[in-house]
Design a protein around this ligand. Structure first.
Ligand SMILES: *Cc1c(COP(=O)(O)O)cnc(C)c1O
Length: 430
């Protein structure tokens, strides 16, 4: 058993300081047992907690750390840059450099604007879509998360697919009325919504690889038809690629499926582990952003040199020949070995994977919609999770969270983690 005494003490203190003891809700370990781990350091595929325990990490700070922890190039870039100050609120050469680096290698966006988080990127892209189209309603999908943007903290109400209810207190009813909810993997309902409201709808926003409510991988036909429907009804399509961007390839899901959205939002990987977000898209749409156009959007620390240099260092690694191929192969054989174990035991579960993102689905069938996730998933995951933490494997602490294989994982660390996860799977089904 790994001791968690120090983490427990720190968490007790944190609860007197911060709401729920944390600065982002899922960190509180509400859906698994025990106090959250207080993390002291990370290096490569490993993290260490305040009790001195070492874990193989598949949370990777929720996705940004595709290179693993404490990557040499990222760390050195930050060190070099910080010698010259941290922020100027003025244009910089680094800005041009990362702008070119991205636009030269991403065929699906013409221009890009940097912000400081994924939420901010989504919020800005929605405003831009509204400003460009002069319409106000937004279609979002049940099971997709887009950060804590007011109008998007909405899920489908009972019965009617298009009648939304907020998932947070503090959201005015008037905001909810502008959000239409549609199930994933269901073109018919989407077409109905677009048909009946197209003169009011500014945009459809989707995680093309939904990875915040399980990993609800959509079919490529569905995504292509979704694109066509948006075009047909004159509605902008926003790909929220805060997770999938630079994850399943440098061009994210847009490149993976070869689908041209009108706007794309970025976060996580684009900042190399620093707080960064961005949104980009078609030239004529991006031309509406101030000061070129009249859609206001600003940020004191936007594109600060520290965040940008970390992003640059990370993105340059991703652009190296074969980066994604190697990562994909590693992830594939890791997941296949787990799948073999599951099949040998004939368990009622499987692993859904795309590139280096994976998710334990506690059902035999492929899951593409949030309402297909079996209720007992949380209980099985909770058992599995306790075993994992006690044996040195760290994942996001909820059955709804996906796992990430970082490039810092080696054949050895993946084999070791694989053995532990197999035992955890057996344990959770006994
Ligand atoms: C993480 C995430 C966000 C929010 O990004 P933050 O940096 O946490 O604000 C938005 N959309 C998607 C798809 C995400 O995964």
């Amino acid at each position: 058993m790994y001791s968690r005494d120090t983490s427990a003490k720190l968490f007790q203190e944190a609860q007197t300081l911060f709401p729920g003891g944390v600065h982002s809700p899922v960190r509180a370990f509400k859906s698994v047992d025990g106090p959250p781990l207080f993390i002291k350091k990370g290096d490569g595929p490993f993290i260490w907690d305040e009790d001195g325990n070492k874990y193989i990490d598949f949370c990777c700070s929720w996705g940004p750390l595709i290179l693993g922890h404490n990557n040499d190039n990222v760390r050195n870039a930050i060190k070099r840059t910080v010698e010259r100050g941290t922020s100027f609120g003025a244009p910089s050469r680094l800005g041009n450099y990362i702008g070119k680096l991205i636009l030269d290698n991403h065929a699906y966006i013409d221009k890009i604007r940097f912000v400081s988080s994924g939420t901010e990127a989504v919020m800005s892209a929605i405003r831009l879509a509204r400003g460009f189209t002069g319409k106000s309603k937004v279609v979002k999908f049940e099971g997709c998360y887009h950060g804590h943007v007011d109008s998007l903290l909405v899920k489908a109400g009972s019965g009617l697919a298009t009648f939304g209810v907020s998932t947070s207190a503090g959201i005015p009813q008037s905001f909810i009325e502008d959000t239409l909810i549609c199930p994933l993997d269901d073109l018919e309902t989407l077409e109905k919504i677009l048909e009946s409201h197209n003169d009011e709808i500014a945009c459809v926003i989707i995680e093309p690889i939904p990875a915040n409510n399980g990993l609800l991988i959509q079919t490529s036909e569905y995504l292509k038809d979704l694109r066509d429907l948006c075009t047909k009804f004159g509605v902008l399509l926003i790909f929220d690629e805060v997770i999938s961007g630079f994850r399943v390839g440098f061009q994210g899901a847009a490149g993976f499926y070869d689908i041209q959205p009108d706007l794309i939002t970025f976060g996580k990987i684009i900042g190399g582990g620093m707080p960064v977000g961005a949104y980009g898209g078609r030239k004529d749409i991006m031309a509406c952003v101030a000061p070129e156009g009249n859609v206001y959007q600003a940020g004191t620390l936007s594109a600060n040199p520290i965040s940008l240099c970390a992003g640059i260092a990370a993105l340059e690694e991703l652009l190296k020949d074969g980066f994604y191929k190697v990562l994909d192969e590693k992830s594939k054989s890791f997941v296949e070995s787990l799948e073999n174990h599951i099949q040998n035991l004939e368990l009622n579960m499987h692993i859904q994977r795309i590139g280096s993102i994976f998710w334990f689905a506690f059902a035999k069938e492929t899951i593409r919609r949030s309402d297909q996730i079996p209720e007992e998933s949380s209980e099985i995951f909770r058992k599995m999770y306790s075993y994992l933490l006690n044996n040195g494997v760290y994942l996001g602490p909820s059955s709804y969270e996906v796992g990430f294989v970082s490039a810092a994982q080696t054949t050895e660390t993946l084999a070791k983690a694989g053995e532990i996860i197999k035992k955890a799977i057996t344990h959770s089904h006994s």
